[in-house]
Write a protein that binds this ligand. Structure first.
Ligand SMILES: *Cc1c(COP(=O)(O)O)cnc(C)c1O
Length: 364
């Protein structure tokens, strides 16, 4: 068998080995079915059971109340940048508030502008998006249709430690890169959406968890495929669902429930892993520096720089030789980034931290 490296990719990203192994075991034929998951109808009894199990797992992990729908959609998280305003803003006469803590939130707002009025409730641009706002810094409109936040900005490694208070205005949250990494207070959200390829499965499916009253707002003038209401009424089977990604989300969420023991446990493991890297960087006497301010640091994406930028390329090359891969920062900001999602084992983080100490000792 080919060896596996420690893969710090921001997405598509590392998946739990037991989930991949189960998919591999059953790839030629699902037990008792005689066909592969790749070959069966999305309307078959077998797939109905698979999608229902994936939904049940998500409901259990996130304690999703019964007045929320769980949708499995295509088009990625970025489709939701447009779909949320198309369904909630268009024709409402209300504005939408956007909290900008990095490039994903900015992108979400520029898509919303095509559908209605937007307001900036906070913009972290002046400090180069290195932190989330304090509650009192939020300039919220109580008449807004929703407040959009990005719970974890994947590129800058900036994460909300918990949900901001938005009063009676529902939060619409892009949780793509910290979905299932910790418990959430679901009642605080109107919509929580996340593409699968960071923490929940392979690319190709996006989960949209939406409160029923918001789902009912979809204008009837929308094309069917863009209507939350129609997707909910059709239980995500308005058209051919991405069967394999949904199957993988089912396996990954089963792993979280059965082997990890739920999101509180996962959160503790994630915090411990992040602490190892932040301690390594903070203890490096400035050789490495974290982009995010201490109370906004992400436990999923550790974005950092080397003080001497000319050492960055040798750092990445050397890391590669130690089977520590995909540590290059996003092309828009440069630097380095270690994405340490749920499936990154603690041993991977320890190995990276030891490597970083050694590299510093040799190059400081
Ligand atoms: C990866 C990511 C996206 C992009 O998702 P696509 O599925 O490629 O559209 C959006 N938002 C955040 C926070 C992300 O991490």
């Amino acid at each position: 068998m080919e060896k596996r490296v420690y893969n710090f990719s921001a997405g598509p990203a590392v998946l739990p080995v037991p989930a991949i192994e189960e998919a591999q075991r059953h790839l030629l034929a699902l037990p008792g079915v005689g066909s592969s998951i790749l070959e069966i109808s999305h309307r078959s009894k077998t797939f109905t059971h698979i999608i229902e199990q994936a939904e049940a797992n998500l409901r259990e992990l996130l304690a999703i109340p019964s007045n929320y729908h769980v949708l499995f959609l295509q088009g990625g998280a970025q489709m939701q940048f447009a779909m949320a305003p198309m369904n909630l803003l268009h024709g409402s006469g209300q504005p939408a508030d956007y909290v900008l803590t990095g490039s994903w939130g900015k992108k979400a707002m520029s898509e919303a502008k095509t559908q209605g009025a937007t307001r900036i409730a906070f913009d972290g641009a002046a400090a180069n998006y290195n932190r989330v706002p304090k509650q009192e810094e939020l300039d919220l409109d109580p008449a807004a249709a929703y407040v959009h936040i990005t719970s974890n900005e994947t590129i800058g490694g900036v994460q909300f430690p918990s949900e901001p208070d938005t009063g009676n205005v529902p939060i619409v949250c892009d949780a793509s890169s910290d979905f299932l990494s910790r418990p959430v207070q679901m009642e605080r959200y109107g919509i929580l959406y996340a593409c699968a390829q960071k923490n929940a499965g392979p690319a190709g499916v996006t989960m949209v968890i939406i409160r029923d009253d918001l789902c009912q707002r979809s204008p009837s003038t929308l094309p069917s495929m863009l209507s939350y209401k129609l997707h909910a009424e059709n239980k995500s089977l308005l058209n051919t669902a991405p069967t394999f990604p949904i199957y993988m989300v089912g396996l990954v969420t089963s792993w979280l429930l059965e082997e990890v023991g739920g999101l509180a446990r996962m959160h503790q493991i994630n915090r411990d892993k992040a602490q190892i890297l932040y301690d390594c960087i903070d203890g490096s006497e400035g050789f490495y520096a974290v982009h995010a301010e201490p109370d906004s640091r992400s436990i999923m994406n550790v974005a950092f720089r080397l003080k001497d930028a000319s050492l960055e390329e040798p750092f990445l090359k050397e890391a590669e030789k130690h089977d520590l891969t995909a540590l290059k920062g996003h092309r828009s900001v440069g630097g380095c980034r270690a994405s340490i999602y749920n499936a990154m084992p603690v041993e991977g983080v320890k190995t990276l931290s030891r490597f970083m100490d050694d590299f510093r000792a040799k190059n400081a």
